[in-house]
Design a protein around this ligand. Structure first.
Ligand SMILES: [Fe+2]
Length: 298
């Protein structure tokens, strides 16, 4: 599959391997994206953009500020950033422009008439990944979907850089031990937190381990790019694997006496049932070739 993000040539490595985890009496088979050689052929930028791209590749003050802030904000597993740190990082991200990561609305990929061949696939480029946080850009062709997935024990800052996308997000209602909130199919009750369209430029959104829409789904309306700041990163070894879900309405649930208190607030609730990793979640990876960051602690 060839993705036409104009940039200096990039390399993609993705492969899949399977493993299984048990949930109650169910077994959910998961596919993980890990390294497979698949070179992407990317167009070079037009001449008038090359100078800007070359300059941008040298340094981005804003990207460096994001990185330096992340160094201070993310203190490791189970450490949720304090409100002041969140506010500070949001302020920096709010001021970010596509050029800070080597992108431009003029790139062919972001042209509205660009049509993907076959099922549109998401592409990602990791700017940085350490033990405490990760910076990653996701590219979605129009109509591409990142299916409903969670972020266990994570705080995630998402900054839409280009395009228009629909975001739907949920938070778990329960403490895990609330039996009445577990349906016979082992679904869990979730409360809708966001269900709206975002167009860049827009403010940064933040999700937390138990609030802010920890489980979310992205659907690109136009070609999009967004930056995710994820702390800590996914790590299966540390119990932070990514799970995917399908949602079902709570028609029967709303008849249940126990949840009258939830009905009363007028919010939207859904059952979320964990599913096998959906095919649409498979991504292509490309090497990040934009402005560099300097890790002064390395
Ligand atoms: Fe996500």
């Amino acid at each position: 599959m060839i993705m036409t993000v104009e940039s200096s040539g990039l390399v993609d490595q993705i492969t899949k391997s399977d493993h299984a985890v048990g949930i109650g009496d169910k077994v959910i088979a998961k596919k993980r994206c890990v390294k497979k050689k698949a070179r992407l052929q990317l167009k070079r930028p037009a001449v008038r953009h090359q100078a800007a791209a070359a300059a941008a590749a040298v340094v981005s003050t804003t990207l460096q500020k994001v990185f330096d802030s992340c160094r201070r904000v993310f203190k490791g597993a189970a450490a949720v950033p304090c409100a002041a740190d969140v506010q500070n990082l949001c302020r920096i991200l709010d001021g970010m422009i596509p050029e800070d990561v080597g992108l431009s609305k003029d790139l062919q990929f972001f042209k509205p008439k660009t049509e993907a061949e076959g099922t549109p696939r998401v592409t990602s480029a990791t700017i940085y990944k350490g033990n405490n946080f990760e910076l990653c850009i996701f590219f979605l062709p129009a109509s591409a979907v990142i299916p409903l997935h969670n972020h266990p024990e994570m705080t995630v800052f998402s900054k839409l850089l280009l395009g228009t996308m629909h975001i739907k997000s949920y938070d778990w209602v329960d403490p895990l031990n609330s039996d009445f909130l577990i349906s016979p199919s082992k679904s869990r009750l979730a409360k809708l937190k966001a269900n709206r369209i975002f167009t860049a430029p827009c403010d940064t959104s933040v999700l937390y381990p138990t609030s802010g829409g920890n489980i979310h789904e992205f659907t690109a309306i136009t070609p999009c790019a967004f930056l995710d700041v994820i702390g800590p990163p996914y790590s299966k070894d540390d119990g932070r694997d990514c799970s995917y879900y399908k949602e079902t309405p709570c028609i029967n649930l709303l008849d249940r006496e126990e949840i009258e208190e939830y009905k009363a607030d007028g919010s939207c609730y859904r059952w979320l049932e964990e599913i096998e990793t959906p095919k649409e979640s498979e991504m292509d990876g490309i090497e990040y070739m934009g402005p560099k960051i300097i890790d002064s602690t390395a």
